[in-house]
Design a protein around this ligand. Structure first.
Ligand code: 86X
Length: 940
């Protein structure tokens, strides 16, 4: 739901208003997204004093983003990834602190920890992001201000300086140094030793904060352990990170959080089952444990994976103390390491090893007791050496047992786990790698689609933001997809005898405005160059929004005889359209890349053939390259290109938003432009005639549609045909079998794939661990990952992991490349089929108005009988009425015009494939005799 808020007239000490001032924009209406499930802030922080509405952090974030987009001189683009993680981490840390009425010692310690983290980050930086501040700075400092008001104290030097720097721009009162220094001098000494336990280790403090899981998200809510925790009313924070199977991986993924746990599920024939939660640095020797517990004749062993699954309802690698909730029989005894009890916050997995939940050890015990178990606290003592074994497979086994376990598990996890100790140097390296670990996608596609999209395109390294609104950097990962489309398209143009050429990007005013219909309505979007250096140009020059007016004067020069026809040109270029609606990378940008084809023919039929050939190419780009089904058809009079005669289109559907999107168009221009630009030719009879023209274009929007259609919660999913990389080989090194041994094996494997013409890379980097690489290449959507571990090498095999469906297949090296080659087509087809089915499941037929809006709301594409393509006013009425009805049903007053998408139903096309229209069928809206079926939908 979107809420339109009007900024108050009072401008004193209101951060957002101050921000408006700072940005030199008027405090008009701002859009705050209240649909967000992110932690909430009260209106107090945002400064809309007249409102009692609770605003989301993201809403606040969105508003500041929006304002900054109006004034690019205030550079709030900066390093987005860092920014957003700071915002989320801040919200997750401080919202629980703020939501309680008391500001007790625990909350003070959380705040101190947070400030320490900030402090070390700010040791070398003035802002969290950007050279002049960032969204994160606004939000974080606003939070600090709120905590200060509650009684919190900023004792860290850098944080205080930072608070004053940013705060002064937001209208916050200055935080005085003297007081703080005095307090510090006095208190620090006293608290020195005691305080150390609470403060995170310096290394952890320096690391970037981890993403937090929103407690109101569906994922969180569906987690049984966390919802039980919520019901207990304890303060906790859940962070997401790369999945961790071993202590090393955990250290790399979540080490920055602070005190984590290792968890063992043990079985003793005589004494039964034990769930042990200990500090990773404690010695969990089972003999000593049995002794401490006073068990006689004990022989504790690691419980089997099956027991883990059935008794604790948890997968290997995901165990945590909260899993005890599953033991309704109360047959498992719970043991807690006394070392944990001294900590302020202890982290453990809530049944999944890509999440860690932090709470006080007391609350951990409270949780255990609430399940009807007693938590027995036992002293373990520190471990002699640094073992980095698997997380819930902690018991050292004899050679025999180890093999057994390995066979039983039959999994890569077991293998990794089997490798106990890692050398210091390797550990250090991993940490180094972890420091620049890519963040996980923080949003779920189906919960928070726009945020998900933004995360995916940036974390996959497709897009970087730029400091001019509506303009984005296409990084190699996306540009190379564009190149694939270009290569394919150029090859198709050859047999059609369309030649590439290039025309200037500038157009004079007189030429641009020559064809009135063409420019009408578009004029506000035209960008002009008015100056060179300091001086004004004699005549402003436009930057091409499209090239009809640039190319056709040349057509007029070149065409004089029927022998000059057909003239078929194509151009790959950038164009500029200065949009004012919300920009969306790839979908709606102020500058974009495209191909524009422009042809002139002696006959109407020839032109018509060309239009259909172009449309067929567009179908090919979407369906054959991008694995996205499209519906081809004619645009109605209302929707067609006004400068031409008829427009045909390819329409795609994006299931996640329930919206259609125009994929590409081709126009039969008739003789309109010929007349305006004086293009004539002598026909075979010597008579002067005007040629029949076409124009057609497809843009980098294709890439955005592809991301939206195929991406998933892990990131991008690329169809093999356009994937810049089709296969990535990831070695899983161990102590005995390192990169030196795996390297040559993987290189040879790479050659096999390359020989099949596959685009393959061997990721032999030693600074990143396998988990990091899995995440990285998954986010980038590489269709196949090939894992090679020591056992694979032994068995002359490799593990093939398919990105789009998560399947894992062990394959002998012999024939693996042929298999992969085949898989590329299998995957391509499966991806297309999946989306086709989803699209078709959302295709409905409606014959009465009453069913129209309800189906729009369901995100359906709606086929209706229609009075005819020429009924423009009626079409407009349907649009307006459906919007009004949809808004009313949603209980909203108006929709923001700047918003890029509307709830209105629009005609998409009159599909070429028309179902039978029985005689006497009435138009679903006007009741007139229907002439055709029209496709409607919400659209981008
Ligand atoms: C319409 C028509 C056509 C060649 C295509 O759709 C494919 C490739 N061109 C493009 N169109 C405009 O004519 C236009 C004109 C101006 Cl002045 C403008 F600022 C924006 C425009 N947008 C679209």
């Amino acid at each position: 739901m979107k809420l339109t808020l009007t900024a108050p007239s009072k401008e004193a000490a209101l951060p957002l208003t101050a921000l408006c001032k700072l940005l030199n924009v008027s405090t008009g209406s701002l859009i705050i997204d209240t649909s967000s499930t992110a932690p909430t802030l009260t209106s107090e922080i945002v400064g809309f004093s007249g409102f009692t509405t609770t605003l989301s952090v993201r809403g606040y974030f969105g508003a500041s983003k929006y304002i900054s987009s109006l004034n690019p001189t205030f550079d709030l683009s900066g390093t987005e990834v860092v920014n957003e993680s700071w915002i989320n981490s801040t919200a997750a840390t401080l919202v629980p602190v703020l939501s309680s009425t008391s500001f007790d010692a625990y909350r003070a310690s959380v705040f101190t920890d947070f400030c320490a983290k900030l402090d070390s980050f700010l040791a070398t930086k003035t802002y969290l992001g950007g050279s002049d501040g960032s969204y994160a700075d606004i939000v974080v400092v606003s939070f600090l201000q709120l905590v200060l008001k509650k009684g919190g104290k900023i004792e860290s030097e850098n944080t205080r300086r930072y608070f004053n720097t940013v705060g002064s721009r937001l209208g916050f009162p200055e935080l005085k140094e003297e007081e703080k220094k005095k307090e510090k001098a006095g208190e620090k000494k006293k608290e020195g030793k005691k305080g150390d336990a609470a403060a995170p280790p310096p290394a952890a403090a320096a690391a970037a904060p981890l993403a937090t899981v929103d407690p109101s998200s569906a994922d969180y809510a569906s987690n049984k352990l966390l919802s039980h925790l919520t019901s207990l009313n304890v303060t906790s924070t859940t962070h997401s990170h790369t999945p961790a199977f071993t202590s090393d991986e955990l250290e790399a993924a979540a080490g920055s959080l602070g005190q984590h746990t290792k968890n063992l599920f043990l079985k003793d024939k005589k004494h039964g089952l034990f769930l042990v939660t200990a500090s990773p640095t404690s010695d969990t020797n089972t003999k000593l444990l049995a002794k401490s517990l006073g068990l006689t004749g004990a022989n504790m062993r690691m419980a089997t994976e099956e027991l883990l699954n059935t008794k604790l309802d948890v997968k290997k690698g995901c165990l945590g103390p909260m899993c005890i909730l599953a033991d309704s029989e109360k047959e498992i005894k719970v043991i807690i390491d006394s070392a944990l009890m001294e900590k302020d916050v202890v982290y453990s997995h809530p049944g999944r090893n890509d999440w860690s939940v932090g709470m006080s050890p007391k609350d951990m015990v409270k949780f255990i007791e609430s399940t009807g178990h007693e938590a027995q606290v036992v002293e373990f003592g520190a471990k002699a050496t640094d073992a980095s074994g698997p997380l819930d497979v902690p018991v050292k086994k004899s050679g025999k047992q180890q093999k057994k376990g390995g066979e039983k598990g039959g999994e890569k996890g077991g293998e990794k786990g089997g490798e106990k100790k890692k050398g210091q140097s390797q550990k250090a390296k991993k940490k180094e790698g972890a420091a620049d670990t890519l963040l996980a996608i923080q949003f779920k596609k189906m919960e928070s689609f726009p945020d998900w999209y933004s995360d995916v395109i940036r974390l996959s390294e497709m897009i970087s933001y730029y400091n001019i609104s509506g303009c984005y950097i296409l990084r190699p990962w996306s540009y190379s997809i564009w190149e694939s489309i270009q290569d394919w398209f150029n090859a198709q143009l050859k047999p059609l005898e369309v030649s590439n050429s290039y025309f200037p990007m500038f157009v004079s005013k007189s030429r641009l405005e020559k064809e009135k219909d063409h420019v009408e309505g578009f004029a506000p979007e035209v960008a002009w160059v008015t100056k060179s250096g300091d001086g004004d140009l004699a005549e402003p020059i436009a930057i091409r929004p499209t090239s009809e007016t640039i190319m056709y004067p040349a057509f007029s020069d070149w065409i004089s005889s029927h022998r000059d026809l057909p003239l078929k040109l194509n151009q790959w270029s950038n164009v500029v359209r200065w949009e004012f609606k919300n920009p969306t990378p790839f979908l709606r940008t102020r500058e974009f890349l495209w191909q524009e084809g422009h042809t002139a023919h002696a006959t109407y039929d020839e032109a018509d053939t060309m239009v259909m050939q172009a449309l067929e190419l567009y179908r090919g780009v979407y369906e054959d390259l991008l694995a996205i089904p499209v519906i081809r058809g004619f645009k109605t009079e209302k929707e067609r290109f006004a400068g031409g005669h008829q427009t045909t289109t390819c329409e795609a559907y994006i299931p996640a938003s329930g919206r259609a999107i125009q994929g590409a168009t081709s126009h039969n221009l008739g003789q309109n432009f010929g007349k305006m630009f004086d293009i004539t030719f002598q026909d075979q009879d010597g008579k002067t005639a005007i040629p029949w023209q076409t124009s057609w274009g497809i843009t980098t929007r294709t890439i955005g549609v592809m991301v939206m259609v195929h991406g998933d919660d892990q990131g991008l999913v690329l169809p093999p045909r356009i994937a810049p990389l089709q296969i990535v080989i990831v070695p899983i090194a161990s102590k005995k079998c390192g990169y030196d041994k795996l390297g040559p094996y993987c290189e040879a494997l790479k050659e096999k794939f390359a020989a099949q013409g596959l685009r393959v890379k061997y990721d032999g980097r030693t600074i990143y661990n396998p988990g990091w690489k899995f995440n990285h290449w998954e986010q980038k959507g590489v269709p196949i990952r090939v894992e090679v571990g020591p056992r694979d090498m032994e068995n002359n095999q490799a593990r093939v992991c398919i990105r789009h469906n998560g399947e894992k297949i062990d394959k002998p090296i012999d024939g693996i490349a042929e298999f992969a080659k085949d898989q590329m087509e299998v995957i391509q087809k499966a991806m297309f089929d999946k989306i086709k089915k989803e699209r078709d499941d959302h295709l409905v037929t409606v014959t009465e108005w009453k069913d129209f809006v309800p189906n729009l709301e369901k995100g359906n594409l709606i086929l209706t009988p229609w009075c005819g393509p020429e009924f423009q006013e009626e079409e407009e009425e349907v649009k307006d009425k459906s919007k009004a009805e949809a808004l009313e049903r949603a209980g909203q007053e108006a929709e923001d015009e700047r918003c890029s998408v509307s709830v209105a139903g629009k005609t998409l096309c009159i599909p070429f494939e028309q179902p039978e229209l029985k005689e006497g069928t009435k138009c679903f809206y006007t009741g007139k005799v229907a002439k055709c079926w029209v496709l409607w939908g919400k659209s981008y």
